[in-house]
Design a protein around this ligand. Structure first.
Ligand code: OAD
Length: 250
């Protein structure tokens, strides 16, 4: 396709690339997105479940929901879209991934420089003493586990009304300001502050590419819009970029 060729030429000629991703990049792995017909938020009310006050009043309900999502996430594999980013990073070392996803699939795919804006579902901490319980198998606990201090252990993800982890958004902004090409992949671009990153990229005259089968709130900002699934189009773009980078070196 013409646009793939054009993007591959562009990528071959630059060094700093940002992939800003949302739930759509994991859709082809079998992780449900949040919005849309099959979205998680059609079945569960986000304000209720992803909420610190509910965790205090009904911790087992919230914990059980995260256990359910962990089981889904652990039963799936990174898809061709995640793996294409790993391939591109071998060629373009200064590539950063900024993700809204908590599913850990970018890291499982071998992506480097991953900035997790909303935390990571495999990480946990005690709400009282803040002791970390990262990558601990709580898989059989359907009731909220307790820390040795007696405090409840919660998933290290950003809930409604909570701030992003300190410093994380600043790192994301820095990567955006330093990049040459900015991809937005599989996000409806409606949750802020994350959605302000494509706006920042646009205001700073970056080259913006959107990959999403559907139009989004911010589609108008992009230089190129690709209405395809990321797991299908990213491998093609990366493979063309590799060919072109090889020929540039001769
Ligand atoms: P959404 O569920 O809002 O949007 C998913 C996007 O992925 C939609 O625009 C789809 O069109 C697109 N999509 C679906 N399949 C795709 C595919 N195969 N390839 C590419 N794109 C595809 O998810 P997010 O925008 O990520 O926040 O949601 C943002 C935040 O809202 C989440 O991080 C979460 C949620 O509340 C927190 O939990 C804090």
């Amino acid at each position: 396709m013409y646009h793939n060729e054009f993007i591959a030429d562009k990528l071959a000629s630059v060094n700093r690339i940002v992939f800003f991703t949302g739930a759509g990049i994991s859709a082809e792995s079998g992780v449900p997105t949040f919005r849309g017909k099959e979205g998680i938020w059609q079945k569960f009310r986000p304000e209720e479940l992803a909420n610190f006050n509910t965790f205090l009043t009904n911790p087992n309900l919230v914990w059980e929901w995260y256990q359910y999502r962990r089981r889904i996430i652990r039963s799936v594999l990174p898809n061709a879209g995640h793996l294409a980013i790993t391939e591109l990073q071998k060629l373009k070392l200064a590539t950063t991934v900024i993700t809204q996803n908590v599913d850990n699939l970018h890291k499982r795919a071998g992506n480097n420089n991953v900035i997790e804006l909303h935390g990571n579902i495999e990480n946990n901490y005690c709400i009282e003493c803040k002791k970390r319980y990262d990558n601990i198998e709580f898989i059989n606990n359907n009731t909220v586990p307790l820390c040795e201090c007696g405090g409840k252990i919660r998933p290290d993800v950003v809930w409604f009304g909570e701030n992003l982890p300190p410093g994380v958004f600043q790192s994301a902004e820095k990567a955006v300001l330093e990049c040459d090409v900015f991809f937005s992949i599989g996000t409806s671009s409606i949750v802020y502050p994350a959605a302000s990153l494509p706006i920042l990229a646009s205001r700073n005259n970056k080259f913006l590419i959107e990959i999403n089968p559907n139009e989004t709130e911010l589609s108008y900002l992009f230089n190129v819009v690709i209405r395809e699934k990321s797991g299908e189009v990213l491998p093609k773009i990366v493979s063309m970029t590799k060919e072109k980078s090889g020929s540039n070196e001769k």
